[in-house]
Ligand binder design. Structure first.
Ligand code: HEM
Length: 457
């Protein structure tokens, strides 16, 4: 068979289909995969199609193929507005490889250990604002924690006027694209019109310009200071040289900082918000987590805490059931390739669907049920469990995100007895290109458990 099946344009006009993708993204994937199978195409009548791939064998073919077989950056055009042309996410080929080599070390090994105490301290600072008995929206607090962590990792600092402004403006900028309605700006180019500061796109562009200025100011100041003994990521990028001995330009630095700041906190904040929902929606999950934490002493090493099996399983299941990114980045074929029994021409846009694979009954029995135990009972291959994507584009922040999830969750549930203000089931909503819990999710601290987090350096 040459091409997989998929909806024909005449059955459902393109506009309606895109609206469904924006407002009911999971129904879109569930319905099409049920109707057309675990590999299906969208479009393809006049130009090469988009192909969703929900089959682990086919995903394995994509992830293990020569990276030079695909282009990815070109497929992420919509992120150009947010991140810039020089973002790692927009690059391909050698420049992508070189930039990744530079950016990976700060997110691995010993460097992670240095972030662990920081994560616990920031969690303590941010949750000190909670008042017993007073409900609060969960997401803004999670976003504050993850933003402070990434600011500290990237700049070595998160204090002072410039950082206050940066924190405030980044939140504002991402919230401007963060509702299901405002996410339409990313999917319909014709809506991206600057009709002044009161129009949605105009507001976004103006905030983005302010963020840009702050980042340029910081870059300039750091170049002038010339202190290369610091261990933060900006220092690392400032000291990097290409083969010709040239440093990165201000434009390149800006785009990479923006990428780390945006990719490095929104996603983890959504994942944490989900984890709080599941733990408090399902009392048996909460009780097992408390029993897991109970095996630790009064003064706990953060890395020991991060190794707790049930805590780890909760985080894995959180990222399985509603993956924050429903698909990996697009892989555009540069030459024809056979995948999953189909023959695709150059130009075909392949999208390994994280959500569809995570919902497969044959890999995850009762896939709609939140069951952390599945991660204690068996191991999954990188083509069956892929919340961070795969191959040469796998998320560079995966280890940091998982560490952060575990430490923030464990620190908070050790300190507070919490409850959801409503126990009605919630479903993911679109937040830009990702999926997140609805912004209205609220919790309340019923009683304190401990004065301070039990975690020590
Ligand atoms: C729970 C949190 C997170 C999730 C679910 C997540 C998920 C993903 C996914 C699915 C991809 C695409 C991979 C592919 O196409 O195969 C990706 C790429 C990326 N992520 Fe994350 N991410 C998270 C946290 C982070 C953090 C903390 C950082 C901070 C540095 C980060 C930085 C990036 C970057 C720079 C890329 C682009 C990699 C490339 O194109 O080479 N992410 N992430």
């Amino acid at each position: 068979m040459t091409l997989p099946d998929g909806p024909r344009s005449r059955r459902l006009p393109r506009l309606l289909r895109t609206l469904k993708l924006v407002f009911r993204p999971l129904d879109y994937l569930d319905e099409y995969s049920l109707r057309y199978g675990d590999i299906f195409k969208i479009g393809g009548e006049k130009s090469p199609p988009f192909v969703y791939v929900g089959n682990p064998e086919a995903v394995k073919q994509i992830f293990t193929a020569e990276p030079a077989q695909f282009e990815s950056g070109r497929g992420n055009g919509v992120l150009r507005y947010l991140l810039g042309d020089n973002s790692l996410i927009m690059l391909d080929g050698e420049s992508h490889e070189r930039q990744r080599r530079l950016l990976m070390p700060p997110f691995h090994g010993d460097r992670l250990r240095t972030y662990s105490q920081l994560i616990c301290d920031i969690t303590q600072e941010v949750t000190d604002e909670w008042t017993i008995g007073k409900p609060f929206f969960v997401r803004p607090f999670m976003q504050e924690i993850t933003l402070r962590v990434i600011l500290r990792a990237v700049f070595g600092l998160d204090e002072g006027e410039r950082f206050q402004q940066l924190r405030h403006l980044l939140n504002f900028m991402l919230d401007a694209l963060g509702t299901p309605l405002s996410s339409t700006l990313l999917f319909f180019p014709s809506l991206r019109q600057d009709w002044g500061r009161f129009s949605p796109w105009g507001r976004f562009l103006r905030i983005k310009q302010q963020v840009r200025q702050l980042l340029y100011d910081e870059i300039r100041e750091r170049r002038e200071q010339g202190d290369f003994s610091r261990t933060d990521i900006l220092t690392l990028l400032l000291s990097a040289r290409d083969e010709a001995g040239q440093p990165m330009t201000d434009e390149e630095l800006h785009d990479e900082l923006m990428t780390l700041l945006v990719a490095g906190h929104e996603t983890t904040a959504s994942a944490l918000t989900w984890a709080f929902y599941w733990i408090h929606h399902l009392p048996e999950v909460h009780d097992k987590l408390m029993a897991d934490l109970g095996t630790l002493g009064d003064s706990v090493d953060p890395m020991e805490m991060a190794r707790l099996p049930y805590l780890s399983a909760i985080c894995s299941e959180t990222l399985r059931i509603y993956p924050i990114a429903p698909s990996t980045f697009i892989r555009i074929l540069k030459s024809p390739m056979e995948i999953g029994g189909y023959q695709f021409e150059a130009g075909t846009a392949l999208m390994p669907s994280i959500y569809l694979i995570h919902q497969r009954e044959d890999i995850y029995p009762e896939p709609k049920h939140f069951k952390p135990e599945r991660f204690l009972e068996r191991q999954y291959s990188p083509y069956e469990y892929l919340p961070f994507g795969g191959s040469n584009r796998r998320c560079i922040g995966a280890a940091l995100a998982q560490l952060e999830m575990k430490l923030v969750l464990a620190s908070i549930v050790s300190r507070f007895q919490l409850a959801l203000t409503s126990n009605r089931p919630i479903k993911p909503v679109r937040r830009g290109l990702t999926l997140a819990p609805p912004a209205g999710m609220q919790m309340v601290a019923i009683a304190p458990r401990l004065e301070k987090s039990p975690v020590r350096a």
